[in-house]
Design a protein around this ligand. Structure first.
Ligand SMILES: [Zn+2]
Length: 161
Protein backbone atom coordinates (compact mmCIF):
# COMPACT_ATOMS: atom_id res chain seq x y z
CA UNK A 1 0.00 0.00 0.00
CA UNK A 2 3.01 2.25 0.25
CA UNK A 3 2.71 4.28 -2.89
CA UNK A 4 -1.03 4.33 -2.87
CA UNK A 5 -2.27 7.78 -3.77
CA UNK A 6 -4.53 9.30 -1.14
CA UNK A 7 -3.42 6.73 1.40
CA UNK A 8 -4.08 9.17 4.23
CA UNK A 9 -7.71 9.32 3.16
CA UNK A 10 -8.09 5.58 3.15
CA UNK A 11 -6.54 5.41 6.61
CA UNK A 12 -8.91 8.07 7.84
CA UNK A 13 -11.81 6.05 6.49
CA UNK A 14 -10.68 2.90 8.31
CA UNK A 15 -10.16 4.88 11.48
CA UNK A 16 -13.64 6.40 11.31
CA UNK A 17 -15.20 3.05 10.59
CA UNK A 18 -13.44 1.41 13.50
CA UNK A 19 -14.11 4.13 16.04
CA UNK A 20 -17.51 5.50 15.11
CA UNK A 21 -19.22 3.14 12.66
CA UNK A 22 -18.15 -0.22 14.06
CA UNK A 23 -21.75 -1.49 13.94
CA UNK A 24 -22.02 -0.79 10.20
CA UNK A 25 -21.15 -3.79 8.06
CA UNK A 26 -18.77 -3.09 5.22
CA UNK A 27 -20.47 -5.03 2.47
CA UNK A 28 -18.39 -3.99 -0.50
CA UNK A 29 -15.24 -2.21 -1.50
CA UNK A 30 -15.29 1.45 -0.50
CA UNK A 31 -12.70 3.74 -2.00
CA UNK A 32 -12.10 7.35 -1.08
CA UNK A 33 -10.17 9.85 -3.17
CA UNK A 34 -9.75 13.51 -3.91
CA UNK A 35 -11.70 14.76 -6.90
CA UNK A 36 -11.79 18.17 -8.50
CA UNK A 37 -11.22 21.50 -6.81
CA UNK A 38 -14.80 22.03 -5.80
CA UNK A 39 -15.77 24.94 -3.62
CA UNK A 40 -19.42 24.14 -3.02
CA UNK A 41 -19.30 20.39 -2.81
CA UNK A 42 -16.95 19.18 -0.16
CA UNK A 43 -17.79 15.53 -0.47
CA UNK A 44 -19.95 13.09 -2.37
CA UNK A 45 -20.69 9.39 -2.50
CA UNK A 46 -21.69 7.34 -5.52
CA UNK A 47 -21.48 3.98 -7.17
CA UNK A 48 -18.31 3.62 -9.16
CA UNK A 49 -19.57 2.59 -12.58
CA UNK A 50 -16.29 2.63 -14.37
CA UNK A 51 -12.80 1.72 -13.19
CA UNK A 52 -11.23 4.23 -15.57
CA UNK A 53 -11.30 7.11 -13.13
CA UNK A 54 -9.82 5.08 -10.27
CA UNK A 55 -7.34 2.89 -12.16
CA UNK A 56 -4.34 3.92 -10.14
CA UNK A 57 -6.04 3.48 -6.81
CA UNK A 58 -7.82 0.30 -7.77
CA UNK A 59 -4.54 -1.58 -8.20
CA UNK A 60 -4.09 -1.46 -4.46
CA UNK A 61 -7.52 -2.92 -3.79
CA UNK A 62 -7.71 -5.57 -6.45
CA UNK A 63 -7.10 -8.42 -4.01
CA UNK A 64 -9.61 -7.07 -1.52
CA UNK A 65 -12.13 -6.62 -4.32
CA UNK A 66 -11.74 -10.22 -5.44
CA UNK A 67 -12.93 -11.60 -2.12
CA UNK A 68 -15.98 -9.34 -1.84
CA UNK A 69 -19.32 -11.02 -2.50
CA UNK A 70 -20.78 -7.77 -3.69
CA UNK A 71 -18.60 -6.59 -6.54
CA UNK A 72 -20.02 -3.07 -6.69
CA UNK A 73 -17.65 -0.35 -5.59
CA UNK A 74 -18.68 2.65 -3.55
CA UNK A 75 -16.67 5.76 -4.31
CA UNK A 76 -16.37 8.67 -1.93
CA UNK A 77 -14.92 11.83 -3.42
CA UNK A 78 -13.61 14.76 -1.41
CA UNK A 79 -12.81 18.18 -2.80
CA UNK A 80 -9.19 18.61 -3.80
CA UNK A 81 -9.13 21.84 -1.82
CA UNK A 82 -8.66 19.62 1.21
CA UNK A 83 -5.10 19.03 0.04
CA UNK A 84 -4.22 22.67 0.72
CA UNK A 85 -2.24 23.60 3.80
CA UNK A 86 -4.19 24.83 6.77
CA UNK A 87 -7.31 22.70 6.46
CA UNK A 88 -7.96 21.26 9.93
CA UNK A 89 -8.17 17.52 10.20
CA UNK A 90 -11.64 17.69 11.74
CA UNK A 91 -12.99 19.33 8.58
CA UNK A 92 -11.78 16.48 6.38
CA UNK A 93 -12.80 13.90 8.97
CA UNK A 94 -16.37 15.12 9.39
CA UNK A 95 -16.84 15.50 5.64
CA UNK A 96 -15.80 11.89 5.20
CA UNK A 97 -18.00 10.87 8.13
CA UNK A 98 -20.91 12.69 6.47
CA UNK A 99 -20.54 10.45 3.41
CA UNK A 100 -20.19 7.41 5.63
CA UNK A 101 -23.54 8.30 7.20
CA UNK A 102 -25.06 8.07 3.72
CA UNK A 103 -23.48 4.65 3.31
CA UNK A 104 -24.89 3.63 6.67
CA UNK A 105 -28.37 4.73 5.60
CA UNK A 106 -28.15 2.69 2.42
CA UNK A 107 -27.41 5.43 -0.07
CA UNK A 108 -24.92 4.18 -2.66
CA UNK A 109 -24.21 1.18 -0.50
CA UNK A 110 -25.48 -2.41 -0.42
CA UNK A 111 -27.12 -1.77 2.97
CA UNK A 112 -30.89 -1.37 3.11
CA UNK A 113 -32.00 2.18 2.42
CA UNK A 114 -33.84 3.29 5.52
CA UNK A 115 -34.81 6.84 4.59
CA UNK A 116 -36.35 8.35 1.48
CA UNK A 117 -33.99 11.30 1.25
CA UNK A 118 -30.38 11.40 2.40
CA UNK A 119 -30.65 14.78 4.12
CA UNK A 120 -34.19 14.84 5.45
CA UNK A 121 -34.61 16.52 8.85
CA UNK A 122 -30.92 17.13 9.61
CA UNK A 123 -30.44 13.40 9.41
CA UNK A 124 -26.70 13.53 8.89
CA UNK A 125 -26.07 15.93 11.73
CA UNK A 126 -28.13 13.82 14.11
CA UNK A 127 -26.36 10.64 13.10
CA UNK A 128 -22.92 12.23 13.54
CA UNK A 129 -23.94 13.41 16.98
CA UNK A 130 -25.16 9.96 17.90
CA UNK A 131 -21.85 8.53 16.79
CA UNK A 132 -19.76 10.82 18.95
CA UNK A 133 -18.76 13.23 16.22
CA UNK A 134 -21.02 16.11 17.21
CA UNK A 135 -18.28 18.29 18.65
CA UNK A 136 -16.03 17.91 15.64
CA UNK A 137 -18.95 18.52 13.34
CA UNK A 138 -19.66 21.77 15.13
CA UNK A 139 -16.04 22.85 14.93
CA UNK A 140 -15.90 21.99 11.24
CA UNK A 141 -19.10 23.87 10.54
CA UNK A 142 -17.77 26.96 12.27
CA UNK A 143 -14.41 26.73 10.58
CA UNK A 144 -15.97 26.43 7.13
CA UNK A 145 -18.22 29.41 7.69
CA UNK A 146 -15.28 31.47 8.84
CA UNK A 147 -12.41 30.45 6.60
CA UNK A 148 -13.53 28.46 3.56
CA UNK A 149 -14.13 31.39 1.23
CA UNK A 150 -10.92 33.07 2.30
CA UNK A 151 -8.81 29.98 1.72
CA UNK A 152 -10.19 29.53 -1.76
CA UNK A 153 -9.77 33.17 -2.71
CA UNK A 154 -6.19 33.02 -1.48
CA UNK A 155 -5.54 29.90 -3.53
CA UNK A 156 -6.96 31.44 -6.70
CA UNK A 157 -4.88 34.56 -6.23
CA UNK A 158 -1.73 32.50 -5.90
CA UNK A 159 -2.47 30.67 -9.09
CA UNK A 160 -2.34 33.91 -11.04
CA UNK A 161 0.88 35.23 -9.49
ZN1 LIG B 1 -24.76 14.48 2.09
Amino acid sequence: MENYPNIELQNLLYELWENHFEDVPRKNLVIVKYGKFSKGRLGSIKWCKDLKGIKQIYKYFEEEHKIQDDKRITLIILTRYFTLDGIPNYVIKTTLAHELVHYTHGFHSPLPQIYTYPHQGSLVKKELKKRGLGEEYKLADEWIKKYWDKIIKEQKKQKFL
